[in-house]
Each structure stands twice: as structure tokens, then as C-alpha cells.
Design a binder for this molecule. Structure first.
Ligand SMILES: *[C@@H]1O[C@H](CO)[C@@H](O)[C@H](O)[C@H]1NC(C)=O
Ligand SMILES: *[C@@H]1O[C@H](CO)[C@@H](O)[C@H](O)[C@H]1NC(C)=O
Ligand SMILES: *[C@@H]1O[C@H](CO)[C@@H](O)[C@H](O)[C@H]1NC(C)=O
Length: 441
């Protein structure tokens, strides 16, 4: 496949001049159309061609049994750690263990906590689920889609101390309490002050790792989210024209992601030298003939996130040779990185492989990748300092980039996971995997 790439690029480029006159005529038409089109109706382009891959439509959200199994694993781990409770504010961890997140219950000064406590029942350890809720909002709390039977709602009145209510459910001789790492400080402080004999601290690695390695059901959802995101980028590339603004292209992408059946989709869209700033320039530049267009997109499927970056050209683009060369180098780095990744590899080695492929270029300024799942960026990370050993179920982004300020930026990103045989597989493999050329993303 590697050998085919330069050829694919050449073919595209030699085809471009023949199409130029047509492209010019089309651009003129586009201009007229744009003048007549209200921005909104333009953005509501028809994406009927863009359906989520068939198998994705049949996918169900995470089952009640899987939520139950997650909580049982957590309860067992709490017992091993001599801990008596795990607590999480609405967020990715409450979504993982209880099926509700900030989308269901926003953060405010009044704490709402998912609390999981282990209980010995004969030889087995069971997880008990409680929700600490403001008393006046108890009815709304009981409407949360928390997937657990027999949830106890602990209601705290406005004049009472919510943290004393939370800590009051611990046994007479409690072990430590672990909170999700994203719990806000005033809540951790409040819990600690309510029970000074008990240590309240962030959940250790033994607990965090329960969310790091994905189950087969989670991987299936992530595959579909990532496949649909690639299909959306491919569809939108065909709708671009010279002169389009980054913001308009971004709106087209948002619409495409939503037509593909994904939720909360959005992209960073950067044209030309704007892409040399990895997280954007904020100038809403227009697309020129010599520019690459970079799309860095994310969206969700039943809570699971995609993350895909493509650096593309239009059929009539005239991309400078040195920029095409950078595209090929970044593409090779992506290939080298995934070739290094398998069960047993140290995360830092994967980052190193991409960097070595780019001759340790100072223009590859950021880490190679991040964990992905219920959060777009989550533990563990693929960076030069990461000692994480890759295991079955781990999922990461693989996103090398070259950024030359004032000139050009190229980033290519596909996420991969480690399968049951220990091999690294792109989550986009179902729709062809990584890009083949800037014209075939
Ligand atoms: C999880 O919540 C969603 C709504 O956010 C709901 O559609 C789904 O059925 C719930 N899952 C379980 C297992 O209760
Ligand atoms: C848990 O408590 C037992 C008994 O007190 C002790 O032997 C063990 O080391 C403790 N484990 C942890 C992880 O603290
Ligand atoms: C890295 O260096 C080698 C040897 O000088 C050269 O052939 C190759 O093109 C370089 N690659 C990059 C990405 O700069």
C-alpha cells in the first residue's frame, strides 16, 4: 500500500488540469448559488448518500448486564484495596458505572454523586448503588437513566451538609474512600471534612484501569463512530470549493456527522498555514488552490467517541510539491507507529516509532496519541514518557503531524485498538482505514 501512494498522488495531479476549466465554471456557479442561498439551507445539504455503515444501525447501547459487570469489578477492586466506597460526579466515570453523565445532570454548586459500595453476600461481592441528590431535586434525580436495580437515593436538604449524608452510609469501621479523578476540589474537601478518620483521595490505577481497556461491545461502538466520521469527512470534501470559509466547512461537517447518526459532532477546520497551529488560528480563512484543508473531527455513538483527522485537497487543488512530500512523510509515520503497536509494547515506543520515522523532526511538536472511549482524550497516553504496557482492549489515537508556522500543517489521525490476539487494528478499518492520498481520504 505504501508504494501505491506516490502513484495515487501523481494520478490525481495529472488529472487536475483537464478538470480546471470545468472547475472554474463550477466555482462561478457555486458563487451564484451561494449568493442566493441562505447560509442555513446551504448547510442543510442532503447527506442521504451518507448512511452509517449497515452493521452500526443494528448496534445497541451498552447492556444492563455489562453495567452490572462493571460495578461488580469495581466492588471487588474496592475490597482488594480495603476501600469502602467509590464516588463520582456526573461525567465519563458515572456514565461508565451508572449510565448518566453531565449531559443528563450538569454540574452546579450543589453536589450530585454516584456512590458505589461493595457488599459481601456469602462468597460473592456485590455492588450497591446510591445517588446523593439535593432533596428538592430528588424527583428529577430518580429520572436519571441509571442502570441499576434498587438504587438508594440519599437526599440532602438545603440547610444540611451533603457530605455528611454521603459519608453516613459507610460502615462503622470504614476503609478509604476513592473519588473519580475529575471530582471538583470543594467536593473532595467537603467529604474529607465530614469524616476526618477516613482518607478521601483520587481513585488509584487499579480502579482507573477498569475503564481503560474496552470490552468487545465498547469496541464495536467505537468502530462505528470512527467509520461514520471518516465517511462524513469524505462526503464533505466533495462539497468543498475554493473560497469557502473554515466556519462554513465546519458547519457542513457538523451536519454530515449528525446525518451519519452521530451525536455532538464537530470539527476543527483549518486551511493552509492555519493548520500549522495544531489547535487553530481562529481567523476563519478561506480555502485557496494551493491549500490543504485539515479536518480534525469527533462525534459520539451511545456515548463512545470518534477522533479522526484528515488533511485533504480538492480535485482542482495545486498543492506545492514540498507540502505533498510532508503529507507522505506524516502518512508513513502513522504506518510505522501502528506497526510497532501490539500487546506488550510500551506506549512510549509507539510514540518513538512515529518520531523516528520523521527523523525526530522538531516540527512534530506534540505527543503521538491519547486513549479514547467515553472521553475523546483519556488515560493512557502515547507519549515519550508513558510506561503503560499495551494490552487487549486498549484504544488510542495515532496522530502524527508536521507543523511549519506561517506555511503548512499536516496531521493524519486514525484510532486503533488492541484486539484479542494482541494486534493493533484501526477503528476505521471497516471503511478502508487510513487515508490513501489527500484526494482519497
Ligand atoms: C442508558 O441510558 C440511555 C439514555 O441515556 C437509555 O437509552 C438506555 O436504555 C440506558 N441503558 C440501560 C442499560 O439502562
Ligand atoms: C488491606 O488490609 C489487609 C489487612 O489489614 C492488609 O493485609 C492489606 O495489605 C491491605 N491492602 C491494601 C491494598 O492496603
Ligand atoms: C530522514 O532521513 C533520511 C536519510 O537522510 C531521508 O532519506 C528521509 O527522507 C528523511 N525522512 C524525513 C521524514 O525527513
Amino acid at each position: 500500500m505504501e508504494k501505491g501512494i506516490p502513484i495515487a498522488l501523481e494520478q490525481q495531479r495529472s488529472r487536475a488540469p483537464q478538470g480546471r476549466r470545468l472547475a472554474t465554471a463550477l466555482s462561478a456557479l457555486f458563487f451564484v448559488a451561494l449568493v442566493h442561498c441562505v447560509h442555513n439551507s446551504w448547510v442543510k445539504a442532503d447527506y442521504d448518500v451518507l448512511r452509517t455503515p449497515k452493521h452500526c444501525e443494528l448496534l445497541s447501547p451498552i447492556s444492563a448486564n455489562e453495567y452490572e459487570a462493571r460495578r461488580t469489578s469495581l466492588a471487588r477492586t474496592l475490597v482488594e484495596l480495603n476501600a469502602s466506597a467509590y464516588m463520582a460526579e456526573p461525567g465519563a466515570s458515572s456514565l461508565f458505572y451508572g449510565n448518566f453523565s453531565q449531559a443528563n445532570w450538569g454540574h452546579s454548586e450543589r453536589p450530585l454523586l454516584l456512590i458505589i459500595t461493595p457488599h459481601q453476600n456469602g462468597d460473592t461481592i456485590e455492588a450497591k448503588v446510591s445517588v446523593l441528590t439535593p432533596a428538592f431535586e430528588a424527583t428529577r434525580a430518580k429520572m436519571l437513566p441509571v442502570s441499576a436495580k434498587g438504587v438508594t437515593f440519599i437526599e440532602w436538604a438545603e440547610e444540611s451538609n451533603p457530605y455528611e449524608h454521603a459519608m453516613s452510609i459507610l460502615s462503622a469501621t470504614p476503609g478509604s474512600v476513592f473519588v473519580d479523578g475529575q471530582t471538583r476540589n470543594f467536593i473532595v474537601d467537603g467529604l474529607q471534612a465530614a469524616h476526618p478518620q477516613v482518607t478521601v483521595s483520587s481513585a488509584p490505577y487499579e480502579i482507573k484501569r477498569l475503564r481503560e481497556r474496552k470490552s468487545p461491545a465498547e469496541i464495536e461502538l467505537m468502530k462505528c463512530a470512527n467509520e461514520a466520521t471518516v465517511l462524513s469527512i469524505r462526503a464533505v470534501r466533495k462539497q468543498l470549493h475554493f473560497g469557502i470559509h473554515e466556519s462554513t466547512a465546519g458547519a457542513l461537517m457538523k451536519s454530515a456527522l449528525s446525518s451519519a447518526g452521530l451525536k455532538d459532532g464537530g470539527c476543527l477546520v483549518l486551511f493552509g498555514e492555519n493548520a500549522a497551529l495544531p489547535h487553530g488560528a481562529g481567523t476563519d480563512r478561506t480555502l485557496g488552490k494551493n491549500d490543504f484543508a485539515l479536518f480534525d473531527c469527533t462525534a459520539g455513538l451511545h456515548g463512545y467517541k470518534s477522533d479522526v483527522t484528515r488533511t485533504v485537497a480538492l480535485d482542482g487543488s495545486e498543492i506545492p510539491d514540498d507540502h505533498l512530500e510532508i503529507w507522505r512523510q506524516v502518512h508513513t509515520a502513522q504506518t510505522e507507529a501502528i506497526a510497532t503497536a501490539h500487546a506488550g509494547t510500551i506506549a512510549a515506543q509507539v510514540d518513538k516509532a512515529a518520531r523516528a520515522s520523521l527523523n525526530n523532526s522538531k516540527h512534530f511538536t506534540h505527543r503521538l496519541g491519547h486513549g479514547i472511549g467515553l472521553e475523546v482524550h483519556e488515560d493512557p497516553y502515547l507519549n515519550g514518557g508513558s510506561k503503560t504496557v499495551l494490552e487487549t482492549g486498549h484504544a488510542f489515537s495515532n496522530e502524527p503531524g508536521i507543523y511549519i508556522e506561517g506555511k503548512v500543517g499536516v496531521r493524519l489521525e486514525d484510532c486503533f485498538y488492541i484486539n484479542e490476539n494482541g494486534n493493533a487494528i484501526f477503528l476505521t478499518a471497516g471503511v478502508g482505514g487510513k487515508a490513501r492520498s489527500p484526494w482519497d481520504p
